[in-house]
Ligand binder design. Structure first.
Ligand SMILES: C[S@@+](CC[C@H](N)C(=O)[O-])C[C@H]1O[C@@H](n2cnc3c(N)ncnc32)[C@H](O)[C@@H]1O
Length: 216
């Protein structure tokens, strides 16, 4: 398959690249996570008027889920290092009537202040996995949470991935993928490590854990 690089975002070391194929994969992956993420947003009681930050928002599908819940009295900001992807996300959201969404291009590892803080909800899905600076970024995200607000993080633990029936091709593919991610300083067990990362970032013990199995 041929892919075309369409932009090189600031701090663009995202291992999976910035191509139309990757953007489409992210959208498909987001659809698979939709129910699990929606369940968590409802569990924390996200409702009308709340302010939300989606850190590493990618294609903006979680921004949509937030925007539906907070309504026009609320606000949703997506931050991503990939300005082109964020721009497309915002165009789609505004086109669907979610004018209370905004996007800001920012490399979250650069140590710059998070605009618009504090937020009732700061959320990051499949972001920390990719970042060698995941503890620092998590600490900064925590600083952006309003008193009484929530920090909600979803991430992968790829170590338990397998297939039934067991197939050598799947096992080989997984070895390749986890090896490539490891070489790019990603942490394939970031999801399982979230409580540890929370402690290291000074956030404290998470209130709860939800486990779902979606891989795309
Ligand atoms: C696997 S995608 C997840 C996207 C979205 N959170 C979702 O679940 O649909 C990871 C996203 O993090 C963004 N990203 C990677 N490194 C980043 C950084 N240093 N600062 C901001 N965003 C970053 C990528 O551009 C990409 O959109």
């Amino acid at each position: 398959m041929t892919t075309t690089a369409i932009n090189r975002p600031p701090g663009g070391r995202y291992a999976l690249g910035h191509t139309p194929d990757e953007y489409e994969r992210l959208r498909a992956q987001a659809r698979m996570w939709d129910a699990a993420t929606g369940r968590l947003l409802d569990q924390i009681g996200l409702g009308p008027g709340a302010s939300c930050l989606d850190a590493g928002c990618g294609p903006g599908e979680t921004m949509r889920a937030m925007a539906e819940r907070v309504g026009s009295a609320g606000r949703v900001l997506g931050i991503d290092a990939d300005a082109a992807l964020g721009g497309m996300a915002l165009e789609m959201l505004h086109g669907d009537g979610y004018r209370h969404c905004a996007f800001h291009a920012q490399d979250l590892t650069a140590g710059e202040p998070i605009p618009g803080a504090p937020y009732d909800l700061v959320y990051a899905r499949l972001l920390l996995f990719h970042l060698p600076q995941r503890v620092d970024v998590l600490a900064r995200l925590w600083e952006a949470v309003a008193p009484g607000g929530h920090l909600l993080v979803q991430d992968f633990d790829l170590r338990g991935t397998s297939s039934l029936p067991q197939l050598d091709s799947v096992a080989d593919g997984l070895r390749l993928v986890t090896g490539a991610f490891g070489a790019a300083s990603a942490d394939v067990s970031a999801g399982a490590r979230l409580p540890q990362l929370f402690a290291q970032a000074g956030v404290g013990t998470p209130d709860g854990t939800d486990v779902a199995g979606h891989l795309m």
